[in-house]
Design a protein around this ligand. Sequence first.
Ligand SMILES: NC(=O)c1ccc[n+]([C@@H]2O[C@H](COP(=O)([O-])OP(=O)(O)OC[C@H]3O[C@@H](n4cnc5c(N)ncnc54)[C@H](O)[C@@H]3O)[C@@H](O)[C@H]2O)c1
Ligand SMILES: [Zn+2]
Length: 246
Amino acid sequence: MKTLPITDDTHVLVLTGAGVSAESGVPTFRDAGGLWEGHDVHEVASPDGFARDPLLVWRFYSQRRAGMEGITPNGGHHALVALERRLGDRFLLVTQNVDGLHRAAGSERLIELHGELMRSRCTVCDRPPFEDRQAYKPGVAPMCGRCKAAGKDALLRPHIVWFGEIIDRAYLARIERFVDTAGRRLVFLAVGTSGLVYPAAGLVDAARHAGGTSWLVNAEAPANVERFDHVVLGPSGTVLPGLLAN
Ligand SMILES: NC(=O)c1ccc[n+]([C@@H]2O[C@H](COP(=O)([O-])OP(=O)(O)OC[C@H]3O[C@@H](n4cnc5c(N)ncnc54)[C@H](O)[C@@H]3O)[C@@H](O)[C@H]2O)c1
Ligand SMILES: [Zn+2]
């Protein structure tokens, strides 16, 4: 069985996508054909969609919050925590997932690029995003308590980076710094993400540019496999513990 080549100065940058949580029972959008109750996911995960129909968008996210009940991290999440404990600051985990499972497993050097399902923020005031695990009843769109106290009505929204929104510059800068510091010592590992769309595609190119090597663990081969130096096909929950064993 293949194992990731790790020496005393290897720096590992990991990017995970929906596939890493699939074995925990969190469905990927792709599995559902990109649809939710007949709606294109773009419709319920975009600023335009929210402006058009906030109740629909809140129903979608409330359903996803409720769907997390009883869901726990799998062997893939745990293997990444074990690797982080070995490498310390020579490890960085970037996830496109919003499910919070990496954090629940114990990952600390973690960037949740697309936000967090279990947080909300106000659409009007600058109150920081706050923990919100509530699955609101259909027909309910929650309002900001702080704005209400000031006599204003303001909708809350999920703390998620929607289609067409931009990723926090500070996150991208932290990733760039990690890649620059690592240089040729970088091992980039993409897991459970097609590897073809941004940011996965951008990161694999950055890793190559820095002189590092790139790995992909995914259920199926992407159209453009040559982009990665090594590809391991299989479910990440069972593949990662072996691949990351020392
Ligand atoms: N858990 C979550 O937080 C969650 C769930 C759905 C979607 N999303 C986000 O929405 C966006 C689009 O989602 P998407 O579902 O199209 O994701 P995606 O395009 O990243 O596709 C998921 C990939 O995972 C692979 N995969 C499926 N099961 C796997 C397994 N057990 N092991 C390894 N690989 C596996 C699939 O072959 C596919 O290539 C992404 O940003 C994604 O992270 C997040
Ligand atoms: Zn507010």
